[in-house]
Design a protein around this ligand. Structure first.
Ligand code: TYM
Length: 323
């Protein structure tokens, strides 16, 4: 079975972009690949979250992934900080990365406005490359915003292999049609948790989901016969949450010029709520059992750590470090 790795930051409530762009395929791929999924808790240190919040969000993110269908019996589900090999390999890989490669990263340019130019933020993609290379992952299911980081991981792997001999597998991203879910209130920008009105959170209640979808931008350019970006985005979300029949039926109505956007929105509200209801219920029941969540994390660590430490030993040997 091919090895697959992907991670998610514990940065507050997840949204439907995270689900449709990444987690939905994590769940679907569990049976066909050797899957390693993790909470990238060391990745959020660059935003300096309050320690009590970070601890809580890490457990909440584990609970949400399980509620969405990530099955710890069918994959290795772990928390990055529990595997110290990530930090050690990241240090070694820094020497195979240039400043120019890091300052070019879109995420660094965007986030450094908000969070300052820490070296941690600059080096973020090196830690991400570590997360992937440490497990010899061939495939990384992510949303489109992570593709640039994946390309860098490939470059780091090549640079390392050229110096120390074939050590790392070059990973490839795996994207779905929903790889870039746009903000509901501004379809030119990516859906993001930090902008109000942009996202539907997986923990949003009925009133919030309804209001956010009803307000979603659908404006069309009267001089264009192309579907507007806002409507296209709603169709992508519909395909993610509705049955194929419903999506086709709405697509046909659009083609015939018969589609009322209000009808499309009501259908979306219904389907999103039908999806979120059971997920939120499972999430709450998992959070009420922190001992169970901690057990899941412990078991995941026990499975991931031997793989990470065996790989790190090979890396160190290939570099000429004493064993
Ligand atoms: P993060 O936590 O920002 O997002 C988790 C996943 O959700 C995807 N995503 C989206 N997909 C479609 N439309 C959107 N609007 C949208 N917003 C987010 C992301 O692309 C991602 O797949 N750096 C990563 C976490 C990470 C990682 C890794 C991923 C750390 N190490 C190693 C893969 C492999 C991140 O910040 O994702």
């Amino acid at each position: 079975m091919k090895r697959l790795v992907s991670g998610i930051q514990p940065s507050g409530t997840l949204h439907i972009g995270n689900y449709l762009g990444a987690i939905k395929q994590w769940v679907e791929l569990q049976n066909d690949y050797d899957c390693y999924y993790f909470i990238a808790d060391e990745h959020v240190i660059d935003t300096k979250p309050r320690p009590v919040d970070l601890r809580e969000r890490t457990l909440e993110t584990v609970a949400m992934l399980v509620a969405l269908g990530v099955d710890p019996k069918n994959c290795v589900l772990f928390v990055q900080s529990q595997i110290p090999e990530h930090g050690e390999l990241a240090w070694l890989l820094l020497s195979f990365t240039t400043l120019g490669q890091l300052t070019r990263m879109t995420q660094f340019k965007e986030k450094s406005d908000r969070h300052g130019q820490s070296v941690g933020l600059l080096g973020y993609p090196v830690l991400m490359a570590t997360d992937i290379l440490l497990y010899d992952a061939e495939i990384v299911p992510v949303g489109e915003d992570q593709v640039q980081h994946l390309e860098l991981a490939r470059e780091i792997a090549r640079s390392f292999n050229a110096h120390a001999g074939q050590t790392f597998t070059e990973p490839k991203p795996l994207l779905t049609k929903a790889a870039r879910i746009m903000a509901l209130n501004d379809p030119k920008r990516k859906m993001s948790k930090s902008v109000p009105g942009s996202a539907i959170g997986l923990l949003d209640d009925e009133a919030t989901v309804t209001a956010t979808i009803r307000k979603a931008v659908t404006d069309s350019d009267p001089n264009s016969n192309k579907m507007s970006p806002g409507v296209e985005n709603l169709f992508t979300i519909l395909e993610g949450f509705s049955t194929p029949e419903t999506a086709t039926q709405f697509g046909d109505k659009y083609k015939d010029g018969q589609l009322k956007y209000s009808e499309l929105k009501e259908q979306l509200i219904e389907d999103i709520l039908a999806f979120l209801g059971p997920v939120q219920k499972t999430y709450k029941s998992l959070l009420a059992r922190p001992d169970q969540l901690e057990r899941i994390i412990k078991e995941g660590t026990a499975k991931a750590r031997p793989i990470a430490s065996a790989k790190l030993a090979i890396v160190k040997k290939n570099l000429g470090l004493l064993s």
